[in-house]
Write a protein that binds this ligand. Structure first.
Ligand code: PLP
Length: 427
């Protein structure tokens, strides 16, 4: 696909390129296997000597077309889709880390990521230090060790809505010779493309805006192709020394800029699975086609709702980078001048109890463990997504006990505000 196209065009045109007589719409290749005529032909695929489909756990034409579209949207060289955003973040890190290694991660991240890095990966021998993303560079740099392999953060943190200073993080990562991985779920490539600001790898929970209709759980990892693994060959030996499980292939030598994604696909997918179903990739592709339209409306509605809440006497404070007084307004103007996302977090005067009363009084906005889809929804992070955290961890993640996370949908904004207004009357 032409890189000259604008993002709206790429959302429609990238990925599936039908040849003469083939379906215009991306077909669902609902098949685990692919047929060959000779034993030798298939043997070459197993040795990575030839390209071709043979088993859907490794590659599938429907999935690959959607991966290609997402790579194109982010401006990357290659992407792999996973069965969830959690799997994407796990694989993105595990692809270049092993027992004995260490990662540095912004403390303001999604609760599931906090748990994955802080608890589950620790059990695999990979240690994580969480840092305040707003801290000065010298402070964050103190978290790095000789065995640090990755710096990780979210473009817009869920649910604290901290906007990442991507250039600052890229500088810190690169001065420690490690790649910066950015979870770009909330901003989407429509509003921000972290590679343009120095990030090396981008991940997504495609479950959110990319799908946009809450129809499938999925994830994506995209590589910019910019990080020079060979320059630090010993550190990233999984990519730069022969992989005995593939008859000695050296990923960087054989696959160049696609080394990282190829390894994630042929090694991690082969050994751990977590591929998305072709049907889910089809649904994701339908969602991607309207992503720019929806993101624009989400941002428009969220701005109006944030202004309404900010002016309401029962609201203690609102976090939304679109508000001029917001702590992250300037960073958002720099990295996301067209808007941030549809998610707002706010706190009522009175805190936790009032939050619960308000949420239970909503008629249209639904209480769901989800965010970033067409329907307005609401969640109480301290009781839901961040339930496992103690008060100190909650504070570090930017989550107060009374915080309400409101995901503003694409309904008419007057109806959304009317619903919020009547629920506030009950508090
Ligand atoms: N990253 C972010 C920023 C998220 O908000 C989420 C889920 O809410 C995830 C990752 C995990 O994605 P999934 O629920 O698709 O596994």
């Amino acid at each position: 696909m032409s890189n000259q196209y604008k993002i709206e065009t790429k959302c429609i045109q990238s990925g599936w390129q039908p040849k003469k007589g083939e379906p215009r719409v991306l077909p669902i290749y609902q098949s685990t296997t692919f047929k060959y005529d000779t034993t030798d032909e298939m043997g070459k695929l197993f040795d990575l000597e030839e390209e071709g489909y043979f088993y859907t756990r490794l590659q599938n034409p429907t999935n690959d077309a959607v991966a290609e579209k997402i790579a194109d949207l982010e401006g990357g060289v290659a992407a792999v889709l996973t069965s969830s955003g959690q799997a994407a973040n796990f694989y993105a890190v595990f692809n270049i880390c092993e027992a004995g290694d260490h990662i540095v991660c912004a403390a303001a991240v999604y609760g599931g990521t906090f748990n994955l890095f802080g608890v589950t990966m620790k059990k695999l021998g990979i240690d994580c230090t969480f840092v305040d993303p707003d801290a000065p560079e010298e402070e964050i740099a103190k978290a790095f060790r000789p065995n640090t392999k990755v710096l990780f953060a979210e473009t817009i943190a869920n649910p604290a809505l901290v906007v990442l200073d991507i250039e600052k993080f890229a500088r810190i990562a690169h001065s420690h010779q490690v790649p910066l991985i950015v979870d770009n779920t909330f901003a989407t490539p429509v509003n921000c493309r972290p590679f343009e600001w120095g990030a090396d790898i981008v991940t997504h929970s495609t479950t959110k805006y990319m799908d946009g209709h809450a129809m499938q759980v999925g994830g994506a990892i995209v590589d910019s192709g910019n990080f020079d693994w060979e320059a630090y060959g010993e550190k990233y030996h999984g990519l730069t020394v022969p992989d005995e499980s593939y008859h000695g292939v050296v990923y960087t030598k054989k696959f160049g800029k696609k080394a990282y994604i190829t390894k994630a696909t042929v090694q991690l997918m082969r050994d751990l699975g977590s591929i998305p179903a072709p049907m889910n990739c089809f649904l994701l592709n339908v969602g991607l086609e309207t992503l720019p339209l929806r993101v624009e409306r989400h941002c428009y509605n969220a701005q109006k709702v944030a202004e309404f809440l900010n002016a309401h006497e029962k609201v203690a404070h609102v976090n939304y980078a679109g508000l001029p007084g917001d702590k992250y307004h300037e960073l958002a103007q720099k990295y996301m001048p067209n808007g941030t996302c549809g998610v707002i977090s706010f706190e009522l005067k009175g805190g936790r109890q009032e939050a619960i009363k308000f949420m239970d009084g909503l008629k249209m906005a639904a209480i769901v463990t989800h965010v970033a889809d067409a329907r307005t929804s609401v969640l109480h992070p301290a009781s839901h997504t961040h339930r496992q955290m103690n008060d100190q961890q909650l504070a570090e993640a930017g989550v107060s006990p009374g915080m309400i996370r409101l995901s503003v949908g694409i309904e008419n904004v007057d109806d959304i505000i009317a619903d919020l207004s009547q629920a506030l009357e009950l508090v």
